[in-house]
Design a protein around this ligand. Structure first.
Ligand code: GLU
Length: 289
C-alpha cells in the first residue's frame, strides 16, 4: 500500500469554480510533495442534484488544469453494494435505528435522540436511519489547523428516508476501499471529520490523517460553492485561475504570461512551504478573492 494516498472528491452538482480548483490544487500539491498518489472520486449519490454532464465537465476541467489522477476515477454510484454491506455491519453491531422525525419538527443543532428507543428494532423502510454516536471522539488533531473540539453532531443520518446513503457513511467507506491515507480538504468539511472517523472506527477501519485548509470566499464573505452558482472556471485559460489563486496567497515570482497548466503546477510544486503559506495568509479560515 502506498505510504501516501490522497484524493479530491468533488460532487457532481455543477462545474468546477475557483474554490474547487483551489481544493484540487492543495490536495494535489500535498500528495505530490509527499511522493504520494492522488485519486479523484466523483460524489454523485444524490441523483436529483448530480448529473453526468457535471461529472464529465469536472473530469475534463481537471485534465485541462493539469491534474493527473494516479489511478482510475471512482464514482460513488458504483459503490451502492459496498455501502449496503457496511450499513448491515453497523446494524449487526446494534448501532442503527429508524427515525421518522421530520426536519421541521426538530430543533436546530444536534439530533436530540428522540427515536433512540428504536435501537434493537428492525429498520423500517421509508424512514431515515441514524447511528448511535455514544462515545464519538470530537477532538480533531489536524495537519494544518490547531487541535479542535467539534460540537457534538448527535446521532446523525447514515441513510436518508429517500433511500440514499448519506455522504458521511459513503465517504468513510470510500476512504477505506480506496486506502486513502490523507484527506486534505476545505475547513468547511471539518465537522464531518468526527462523523466519518466514527463510522470507520466502528467498522474496524483505520482512519486517514486529516488536514483542513481555509476556503476561498467571495466579496460577500460566503464560501464559493456550486450551490450558490459560483462562476465556473475557464478551461481554456487555466493560467488565469492559477494566477488568481497565487494573488490571494500573496505569492511572488509566479509564472507570467502563460496559460500552460503544467508550468503553473510545476510552480506550485516548487513551493516547499505551500500549506503553511495558505494558513498564514488566511484570516478566520477564509481567503477572500
Ligand atoms: N463531495 C463533497 C464536497 O464536495 C465532499 C468532499 C470531501 O470529503 O472532500 O463537498
Amino acid at each position: 500500500m502506498a505510504q501516501y494516498r490522497g484524493r479530491f472528491a468533488p460532487s457532481a452538482t455543477g462545474p468546477l469554480h475557483l474554490g474547487s480548483i483551489f481544493a484540487a490544487l492543495v490536495s494535489y500539491v500535498h500528495a505530490k510533495q509527499h511522493d504520494g498518489e492522488w485519486l479523484v472520486r466523483i460524489d454523485d449519490l444524490d441523483e436529483k442534484r448530480c448529473k453526468t454532464i457535471y461529472s464529465d465537465s469536472i473530469l475534463e476541467c481537471l485534465d485541462a488544469f493539469g491534474f493527473k489522477p494516479s489511478d482510475y476515477v471512482r464514482f460513488q454510484t458504483e459503490r451502492i453494494a459496498d455501502y449496503a454491506v457496511a450499513l448491515t455491519a453497523l446494524e449487526d453491531e446494534g448501532l442503527l435505528y429508524s427515525c421518522d422525525c421530520t426536519r421541521k419538527s426538530l430543533p436546530r443543532g444536534a439530533y436530540p435522540g428522540i427515536c433512540r428507543y428504536q435501537i434493537g428494532h428492525a429498520l423500517v423502510s421509508g424512514h431515515a436511519v441514524r447511528i448511535d454516536t455514544s462515545g464519538i471522539n470530537l477532538e480533531i488533531h489536524d495537519l494544518l489547523t490547531p487541535v479542535q473540539r467539534i460540537n457534538p453532531p448527535g446521532d446523525f443520518i447514515v441513510k436518508r428516508r429517500d433511500g440514499l446513503f448519506a455522504y458521511q457513511l459513503a465517504c468513510a467507506i470510500d476512504e477505506h476501499i480506496d486506502q486513502i491515507t490523507h484527506v486534505i480538504r476545505g475547513i468547511d468539511l471539518l465537522e464531518s471529520t468526527p462523523m466519518q472517523r466514527f463510522i470507520a472506527q466502528r467498522l474496524g477501519y483505520q482512519s486517514p490523517v486529516y488536514g483542513h485548509f481555509p476556503v476561498l470566499v467571495g466579496a460577500d464573505g460566503a464560501k464559493l460553492s456550486k450551490q450558490t452558482f459560483a462562476t465556473p472556471v475557464d478551461w481554456g485559460q487555466p493560467g488565469q485561475s492559477f494566477a488568481a489563486i497565487a494573488r490571494v496567497l500573496l505569492l511572488n515570482d509566479t509564472p507570467s504570461h502563460t496559460d500552460s497548466a503544467e508550468v503553473w503546477i510545476e510552480y506550485f510544486l516548487s513551493l516547499d512551504n505551500f500549506l503553511p503559506i495558505i494558513t498564514k495568509v488566511s484570516e478566520a479560515n477564509t481567503l477572500s478573492i
